[in-house]
Structures are given as C-alpha cells and as structure tokens.
Design a protein. Structure first.
Length: 263
C-alpha cells in the first residue's frame, strides 16, 4: 500500500474494505419514540464524567427507542438514554448508554463520537401486522436475548408542536485505552455533536409528531448493562415522530489527557 492510499484511508479495514466512509451520514424517515422522566440524582452523578454535572436539581433523562428504515449505514434499531447535563456553562444531552443491532453504526459511533454502543435485541411493533397492543406503540430492548433491559410504550393521542421541543447538542465521552500497560488512555475526550433534525410532514402539511401517555420501565438490574440505575421515578412526557437528519463530524470540547489526573 502506498503512502497516499494509507493517508486517504478513513476507517478500517485498510485496503478498500472500510466499514464506513467519511461523514455526512444521511438518515431519512427515522421513527423515534422518546420519553422524558425524572431520575435518581446519585445514580446520574455516578454516570457523568469529570466536569460534567446534571443540569437539573432533579435530573431529567430522555429514553429513546428508534427504528431507522434508511441510513447511510443501512436499516437498524437503536435505543439509548440521555441526561440533561452541563459542561462549562452549556447544556447538553449526555449519552451514557446506547444499543443498536447493526455493526456498522456501532463501529462508526464508537470510533468517531465515542458513543458507548453495544449490540442488543430490539423489537418495535407500531405497524401491522405485528401490532398487538391496540392503541400503543411498543418497543422492547433485550441483552442478552430474553433478558429485558428496557420497555417503552406510548399512546399517540394528539399532534405535538415541534417548536416546543428543546434542541440541545449531544455530548459523549470518546475513550480509547492504550495498547501498552501502564499508560494513560490513547484518547479521553468529550465530544460534541450538533444534529439538525427535520420533522417529516403528513399529506395535509402537519408535522408528524405526536404526544400522549407514556410508559417506561428499566426491567432488569444488570451489572453488565446497568440501565436500571437510570430507571424513571416520574415520567414527564412522551412523543413519537418521524425525522430526517444528517450526522456530521463532532467537535472535541475537552481533552482529558491534558488534565493532571493520570500520574
């Protein structure tokens, strides 16, 4: 392999078998069920990296259940939890947990932005003929299969105003350990990603965003996947919508390797 080819490589494997190209990554018609709720302050604090704190006295989290029918990475399910958090005076959505069921967005998410993705089993049933819960949209997350980590459901009772939704950048910790023993990590940084999502419109021109009664449970106390630490204490809202958006390069907002914490 010549130096020009090596220098132009964006992701592994080298030599033409790369897992993903450079951004932007296009997402179209994404179906999101998301539920806002209050969580335990002690548990939230234990999951935030140094310098990042909960934005609210009673921490607010948002659980996401996502079906991606089309993306640059292919179709897949995804689920994650966000914490409203503050770093250096700015409010973000910090992401401690995330699952998907496609290895390509898993690789890109971990390597580019530091998303702590793992593979998991996920199902959604808000389209016939699999709809068996009447008025409710329903999404389940299992890891391993048959061990329920999260269950989310929503009755989409009325249209919701997209302008009422808070838009915040996503914050994540990109952490890559050093190959050799006894060294600080190779990478330890906070990464910001701004996502400008557009709500799909119905034939009558109304936004495809609904709200209604929501249910959310973190079903298993797992030391391997401790989503139960962010179990809801009180649900504050639930929504379902269809969106288009592009994922672009992130921005490093803090490099922990420059901090005096490794000696």
């Amino acid at each position: 392999m010549d130096q020009d080819t090596f220098r132009s490589t964006f992701s592994m494997p080298l030599g033409g078998g790369y897992a993903y190209p450079p951004p932007p990554y296009l997402y179209r018609g994404v179906e999101d069920l998301f539920i806002s709720y209050e969580a335990d302050p002690v548990a939230v604090d234990a999951l935030l990296p140094p310098g990042v704190s909960a934005a609210d006295e009673i921490p607010i989290c948002i659980a996401w259940a996502r079906w991606v029918p089309f993306s640059t990475f292919g179709p897949y399910h995804e689920s994650y939890v966000m914490i409203r958090a503050v770093f250096e005076g700015e409010t973000y959505l910090y992401q401690p947990f995330i699952f998907c069921d496609n290895e390509i967005p898993l690789e890109a998410g971990r390597e580019l932005w530091g998303y702590a993705k793992k593979l998991a089993h996920m199902k959604h049933n808000w389209s016939p003929p699999t709809q068996t819960f009447g008025e409710q949209l329903h999404f389940t997350v299992e890891r391993p299969q048959d061990r329920r980590i999260m269950t989310a459901s929503l009755h989409p009772e009325r249209l919701s105003d997209p302008a009422a939704q808070e838009t915040l950048p996503v914050l994540s910790t990109r952490f890559i350990p050093h190959t050799e023993a006894g060294h600080a990590p190779s990478v330890a940084e906070l990464v910001r990603l701004d996502v400008d999502a557009t709500v799909n419109l119905s034939a009558d021109g109304t936004p495809q965003l609904w709200e209604g009664r929501a249910s959310l449970t973190m079903d298993s106390a797992s030391s391997v996947d401790p989503w139960h630490l962010l179990a809801p204490r009180r649900i504050t809202g639930g929504w379902f919508g269809r969106f288009d958006f592009d994922l672009v390069h992130g921005v490093v907002v803090h490099d922990y390797l420059k901090d005096d914490i490794w000696s």
